[in-house]
Design a protein around this ligand. Structure first.
Ligand code: SF4
Ligand code: SF4
Length: 361
């Protein structure tokens, strides 16, 4: 697997961030063009006149909504998908593991089938990859069932079925992000900070969803300057912060949003921990004597997968996004991903070794 082995050089980081900024500005420019130029877009920047201390907050909410409106439009999403999808395609041609090739192919299909298609088909689309995006009370049976389907997939195939396929992050980071894995911030303090931030985001995710439902069913009249709380949280998270976090990737590393902020990923990780997905060492002794640790070095979210495989023969983490890098990178081909497919497909001739007594199951 093509993992960049040299560390991302400090002097290049500002250039890389600048290139990403240009990419984002092109994206936003396409959105403005799609809205009919500045004349069509300018009204979206006009805040409600609330006066007094509330006015700066109303201004901020208006700008946030306008930014999110641009990144959620059809042409910006197509441009992002085509540019990032091309990187995925270039990588896909070099990948040799079946898991990675299938996952990357599905990710690009899901991007154009779910994310980029939504602006064309509107809220009538019965699949919701971005919970809260349409306002929870407007959900109908098909949209609710689509979320239940994502949960079921996470139970059967791990968090990777969402974070590695359905989420647009799978396409963005499947191509672009691999270069930045060596820059991943992974100190104990960063991990504690990430855990705290994710807990905060999950709390806000649940709170705004409940407020949104209460507003509709109980007529609480809760809104963020006229915007449904769940829609606003969803917009801020996935249409604004998500894109702004792209700019700091040269400094924070690959999948910075996933690792530090994503409430959906954290929720799916929790679900997946109670499911079937597990990483297994075919022979734990091989990992125990491995000095290479290519699996750990290649991990999109910097998990110590090699150490756990050496110690326990298997690994399951709520943070694993199922990217497939560890399996592809292992020089001994010593990793097996257990999924629900193991129930129906013949196993490979190289089976995971039985776990030694006393080791965690
Ligand atoms: S999975 Fe492969 S690269 Fe990772 S520790 Fe085991 S043998 Fe080494
Ligand atoms: S543990 Fe393996 S599959 Fe999971 S995120 Fe890391 S590299 Fe990807």
């Amino acid at each position: 697997m093509a993992i960049v082995s040299t560390a991302v050089r400090r002097d290049r980081r500002w250039w890389q961030a600048g290139a990403l900024l240009v990419w984002l500005l092109i994206d936003l420019g396409l959105g403005i063009w799609e809205m009919g130029g500045w004349k069509g877009f300018a009204p979206a920047l006009k805040p409600p006149a609330v006066g007094g201390w509330g006015q700066p907050a109303a201004d901020l909410v208006t700008w946030i909504n306008a930014f999110g409106m641009l990144t959620g439009m059809a042409w910006p999403l197509l441009f992002a998908g085509l540019s990032m999808g091309t990187l995925v395609f270039l990588r896909w041609r070099k990948e040799r593991t079946r898991y990675l090739r299938i996952r990357l192919g599905l990710a690009v299909l899901a991007y154009f089938g779910l994310t980029a298609a939504i602006p064309f088909v509107g809220s009538s689309f019965p699949v919701v990859p971005n919970p809260g995006g349409t306002g929870l009370p407007t959900w109908n049976w098909p949209t609710g069932l689509s979320m239940l389907g994502f949960v079921l997939l996470a139970l059967l195939f791990g968090r990777g079925s969402y974070c590695g396929v359905i989420c647009p992050a799978a396409t963005y980071w499947g191509g672009l992000g691999q270069h930045f894995i060596p820059a991943n911030i992974n100190t104990p303090r960063a991990r504690r900070l990430a855990a705290g931030l994710r807990a905060l985001m999950v709390g806000l995710f649940v709170l705004t969803a409940l407020l949104s439902i209460a507003d509709t069913l109980l007529h609480w009249h809760v809104s963020v300057y006229g915007t449904d709380p769940a829609v606003f949280f969803s917009g801020v998270t996935w249409m604004v912060i998500w894109f702004l976090m792209l700019l700091v990737v040269p400094f924070l590393g690959n999948r910075a949003f996933t690792r530090f902020l994503c409430p959906m990923g954290a929720t799916m990780g929790w679900v997946a921990q109670h499911g079937v997905w597990e990483i297994q060492a075919i022979d734990p002794a091989v990992c125990a004597s491995c000095t290479d640790q290519a699996c750990t070095r290649s991990c999109e979210v910097s998990l110590p997968v090699g150490r756990h495989l050496a110690e326990a023969g298997r690994y399951r983490s709520a943070a694993c996004v199922g990217c497939g890098n560890c399996q592809a990178a292992c020089p001994s081909q010593n990793i097996h991903y257990r999924t629900a497919l193991d129930w129906v497909l013949p196993r490979s001739t190289r089976q995971p070794a039985p776990v030694a007594p006393g080791l965690p199951q």
